[in-house]
Ligand binder design. Structure first.
Ligand SMILES: *Cc1c(COP(=O)(O)O)cnc(C)c1O
Length: 423
């Protein structure tokens, strides 16, 4: 299949846009895309979206920016400036609106590792076992998710970009840190890279043969957005060979596959891609945030986890949408997210109960909502840390005042204590 990408300038050429989408909706996409990144491809358009019902289609919502992702005053301001054709004023407004949307959530910039006084700008080392690596050419995706918390890096706000060219520095750093067992390639999407390029990152790591490094992971949305990467792209076979080489070198190779909705699991293309990846000896674990307008129902999550297990994938994390970008549009309050999680997990067998969450990737670590309960007549939210900068805090229950509106850890107040365990 030939890869055809559409951006905000070219999307009106998509036949389904011309046939189904109203002029008002097209204009609103253009206005929302002034602030949020937009890119879609022919697989998503032709195979995943139900165009007859595009307004409520979860995949349409997943990739096409929506008017309501902007606050009403931002929408009005942009619409007026666009109509006036005042480029300079429009540019200024776009920048100001973006900066008001918390473009650096959860102080990611403070986890940048250093070796011999040199900063590894394209890495993050937050938890002692795992290091994230952002290869320079992997900092884009086959299509963009409208809710993505890394949205600023796709908008040309280049100073916000994480990216690294040098794999040698990374190897030195891992060698010097024996607690690191896991190297996670992320982005963007590292599997946007050609096999040749990906190989140029992976081979030196295999060659370095670092005894404490056990697990190599790829954080990727490619199974959902471009499964041909593993089936009929010209270097698909070589990619599968690379996975085999990683496995044969003695590593656990894990795909951290991002699926937002069971619709993404239904095509013949994705089913074939999953089979081929598993044949190499790699494991596929699945993760996604819970989002209004896309997947905020127990039925959807239960269906998704069941289908993933049937395809031999392992449900891993349910996340809470981060406090950035259009959180007001996509965000599900913590209590409601937990109710959906609980109702979904009660419907699946133990094989799908490997999933954890709903979890917030916050500054102190991954904080999961364990449930709502009553202690001595007081209604509270029980929390635990699944990951913590301070590993001693993992798995200790702690409590917050009950709050049905809270959408992030910073909205919560500690119960039975003056502060949270991580404060
Ligand atoms: C989630 C996450 C990881 C991986 O954590 P696991 O629980 O091992 O999957 C690593 N680094 C950061 C910054 C993370 O948010």
């Amino acid at each position: 299949m030939e890869y055809r990408a559409y951006n905000i300038k070219s999307f009106k050429k998509i036949p389904q846009i011309q046939k189904y989408v109203s002029p008002k909706d097209i204009e609103d996409i253009e206005i929302a895309a002034l602030v949020f990144p937009f890119k879609v491809n022919n697989y998503v358009v032709d195979k995943l979206i139900d165009w007859e019902n595009y307004r409520d289609d979860p995949i349409f919502r997943l990739v096409f920016p929506h008017k309501d992702m902007l606050l009403p005053e931002h929408y009005e301001r942009l619409k007026k400036l666009k109509e006036k054709g005042d480029e300079a004023e429009l540019k200024k407004a776009i920048y100001e609106i973006r900066m008001s949307l918390n473009p650096h959530p959860a102080d990611q910039k403070s986890n940048i590792p250093e070796i011999d006084g040199k900063k590894l700008e394209g890495s993050q080392h937050k938890y002692k076992e795992t290091i994230l690596f952002f290869p320079k050419q992997g900092q884009t995706c086959h299509a963009y998710c409208s809710f993505c918390f890394r949205w600023p890096q796709f908008t040309g706000m280049n100073e916000l970009k994480f990216a690294m060219k040098e794999v040698d520095l990374l190897i030195e750093y891992i060698k010097a840190h024996p607690t690191i067992t896991d190297l996670i390639f992320t982005g963007g999407d590292p599997l946007i890279m050609s096999t040749k390029l990906l190989r140029s990152y992976v081979e030196p790591i295999l060659k370095a043969d670092i005894p404490h490094l056990k697990n190599i992971r790829f954080g990727t949305k490619t199974l959902g957005f471009w499964p041909y990467r593993f089936t009929e792209d010209s270097d698909a076979e070589d990619l599968l060979r690379l996975f085999e080489e990683i496995v044969e070198s003695g590593y656990h190779l894990a795909f951290m596959a991002h699926f937002n909705h069971p619709k993404e699991l239904q095509t013949d293309e994705v089913k074939e891609a999953v089979k081929r990846i598993l044949k190499t000896g790699a494991i596929i674990r699945t993760q996604a945030p819970i989002l209004k307008h896309i997947n905020d129902s127990a039925e959807v999550w239960a269906r998704m986890w069941k289908e993933q297990v049937a395809m031999n994938m392992i449900p891993y994390y349910m996340f809470i949408a981060r406090d950035t970008g259009a959180q007001h549009y996509f965000g599900v309050p913590l209590v409601r997210a937990w109710k959906i999680f609980k109702e979904a997990i009660s419907q699946v067998s133990g094989l799908a109960r490997t999933v954890r969450g709903p979890s917030m990737s916050a500054s102190p670590g991954k904080v999961a909502i364990s449930g709502v309960t009553e202690i001595e007549g007081k209604k509270v939210i029980a929390l635990t840390m699944l990951q913590a900068k301070n590993p001693e805090l993992v798995d200790i229950p702690f409590f917050a005042e009950y709050d049905e509106e809270a959408q992030w850890i910073t909205d919560l107040k500690p119960a039975f204590a003056k502060k949270f365990i991580f404060d």
